[in-house]
Design a protein around this ligand. Structure first.
Ligand SMILES: Cc1cc2nc3c(=O)[nH]c(=O)nc-3n(C[C@H](O)[C@H](O)[C@H](O)COP(=O)(O)O)c2cc1C
Length: 206
């Protein structure tokens, strides 16, 4: 039985452009894996653990080869729970609008929580090694502008930072589906581009 973890980084629910694309991926998943499980993680509904002094101390302990101790373990309980939830997924679907050229703060917070040494990466003689290899990751995004070509490409820090972070934990082949521009060229173009993204998502390999 396959598990798909759906990470939602838009607060807009029914109004969300990004979630319309995600619905198409989910329909594809249900079709291909009728007995599959969908675990929904709505980052605007969830209280993520804060990366406090104790939480970061725990990270530095692991980085220096030590185990968590009594001081750091309580702060790490919810962190470990999120890591386990992520690791349990065969397929990860990330639904993220572009906010100020990058990802909404809740999604960055989530990655700051789960990307931890010994769990999602480790250092070897040959440098860092990602430990989340083998997952299928699909990222659906939407944006007000169009960053697909020309100088605007360099301003798309949403795709570039997600690629870097996912690559660091061993996911080197994420699939990106973007809907753009959702605002910059009027409603007609937006509807057309959104429909294209929804159709592409229906065909995605899972
Ligand atoms: C806080 C905020 C910041 C945004 N920043 C950008 C931006 O930097 N570039 C852009 O093209 N659109 C930006 N937008 C527009 C959204 O990316 C766009 O409307 C997107 O389709 C919203 O996705 P959603 O409906 O799934 O929430 C921003 C919207 C909000 C609410």
């Amino acid at each position: 039985m396959k598990t798909l973890l759906h990470i939602i980084a838009s607060p807009r629910g029914e109004q969300s452009n990004t979630l319309k694309i995600a619905q198409s991926v989910l329909a594809r998943f249900r079709e291909q894996h009728p007995d599959g499980r969908i675990d929904t993680l709505d980052l605007f509904a969830e209280e993520l653990p804060p990366m406090t002094l104790k939480a970061t101390d725990g990270k530095y302990r692991l980085l220096s080869g030590k185990d968590l101790d009594d001081e750091t373990r309580p702060a790490w309980e919810p962190i470990l729970a999120h890591i386990e939830r992520f690791k349990a997924a065969d397929i990860v679907l990330i639904s993220s609008p572009m906010w100020n050229f990058g990802m909404p703060y809740v999604l960055k917070h989530y990655f700051d929580v789960i990307i931890q040494p010994r769990h999602l990466f480790r250092y070897t003689e040959n440098g860092p090694e990602g430990l989340a290899k083998g997952k299928r990751v699909i990222v659906v995004t939407s944006r007000g502008g169009d960053y697909s070509e020309g100088p605007a490409r360099a301003m798309d820090h949403l795709e570039s930072s997600l690629r870097t972070m996912l690559g660091f934990i061993g996911i080197t082949d994420p699939i990106f589906i973007h809907a753009q521009p959702m605002l910059g060229a009027g409603p007609e173009v937006a509807n057309q581009k959104l429909a294209q993204a929804v159709a592409a998502a229906r065909q995605v390999a899972l």
